[in-house]
Ligand binder design. Structure first.
Ligand code: NDP
Ligand code: 1BO
Length: 316
């Protein structure tokens, strides 16, 4: 398994298991199936509402498969309702309890947007947000850093941050994020953001690498382009006796990003992990490069305000 190194030399496996939309009753089996076939990296988040079941599965699998905690790489994310500096540690501790862990390998600020702490997961109106004056990202970041210094997190990073937002944070802290987790796939290649991160020693994780087709209806547009049915992806898959999913995952790893495909299907969990066995050549990479159309499956609108407080969250 290809690995990527953090600034202190710790490493993260290139392929992890995504858990968003993995339903209660299914996510535990998915995690167990993944660990059995060799995954050691699991991507979680408090907002996914399934960390308790993931935690139980991790504990059971570590025993059954004789896996040491140190072999695992577990990521979780701070939800938008917990950006105030005093809310970060309690949110992290809840996640640790749910995951039955003493520390996280990576904790990310999930979105560069703060919601009021008393709302239910998603805002209904602009009144449900906290402004950046009420909850400055820098203070959230400092609280993450404190948790890291207490040994509760090995690495800290962000998610859904544009180069502009990263650069804003870098001017305020000596401890740059170690990871930026963003949407990346052949239709949204984001070369400039990847270069920015590379130049600043920030690792990049690609989310929704297969097109996230199981998103809830209210987060989907009509007539979304399908990555898995794309002709070029399918012809490259045929050429290598592989599946379209494997081509998409291998492509992400080939361009030096970490990738976290979600599946609750044991066959596809294994198929996705085996993508490391295929090789894409330069011609394949060139053909996939042509597919970029800056298309976001997650356009961020669910996070934006009607007023000016949080607009254009990807800064483009
Ligand atoms: P993905 O792009 O991983 O797609 C998941 C969908 O693809 C599911 O419907 C799954 O179905 C299906 N699938 C999985 N493997 C295959 C395969 N080999 N062939 C065909 N279909 C397949 O979507 P996600 O949006 O879930 O992204 C992956 C992960 O990234 C998330 O689960 C989450 O952990 C993270 N993420 C983070 C975000 C953030 O804001 N930081 C935002 C979005 C995602 P099935 O389960 O039935 O196999
Ligand atoms: C609101 C979507 C979050 C997925 O990580």
């Amino acid at each position: 398994m290809k690995k990527f190194a953090f600034r202190n030399g710790d490493s993260i496996d290139a392929i992890g298991l995504g858990t968003w939309k993995s339903d209660p009753g299914e996510v535990g089996s998915a995690v167990k199936a993944a660990l059995k076939v060799g995954y050691r990296h699991i991507d979680c988040a408090a907002i996914y509402g399934n960390e308790k079941e993931v935690g139980a599965a991790l504990t059971e699998s570590m025993k059954t498969n004789n896996i040491d905690r140190k072999e695992l790489f577990i990521t979780s994310k701070l939800w938008n309702t917990n950006h105030r500096k005093e809310d970060v540690l309690p949110a992290l501790k809840q996640t640790l309890r749910d995951l039955q862990l003493e520390y996280l390998d990576l904790y990310l600020i999930h979105w560069p947007v703060a919601f009021r702490p008393d709302i239910d997961d998603f805002p209904q109106s602009d009144d449900d947000y906290l402004s950046l004056e009420d909850a400055p990202i820098f203070e959230t970041w400092e609280a993450m850093l404190n948790a890291k210094n207490q040994g509760l997190i090995k690495h800290i990073g962000v998610s859904n941050f544009s180069a502009k937002k990263l650069s804003g944070l870098l001017t305020e802290t000596d401890h740059a994020p170690e990871m930026n987790q963003v949407e990346l796939h052949p239709y949204l290649q984001q070369d400039d953001l990847i270069s920015y991160c590379k130049d600043n020693n920030i690792l990049v994780t690609a989310y929704s690498p297969l097109g996230s087709s199981d998103r809830p209806k209210n987060m989907k547009k009509e007539d979304e382009p399908s990555l898995l049915e794309n002709e070029v992806i399918n012809s490259i898959a045929q050429k290598h006796d592989a599946t379209p999913g494997q081509v998409l995952i291998k492509w992400a790893v080939e361009r030096d990003t970490i990738v976290i495909p979600k599946s609750t299907n044991p066959g596809r969990i294994e198929e996705n992990f085996k993508s490391r066995e295929i090789s894409l050549d330069q011609e394949d990479m060139n053909r996939i490069r042509q597919l970029d159309m800056h298309y976001r499956y997650l356009d961020g609108k669910a996070m934006e305000t009607d007023g000016d407080m949080y607009k254009n969250i990807f800064d483009e």
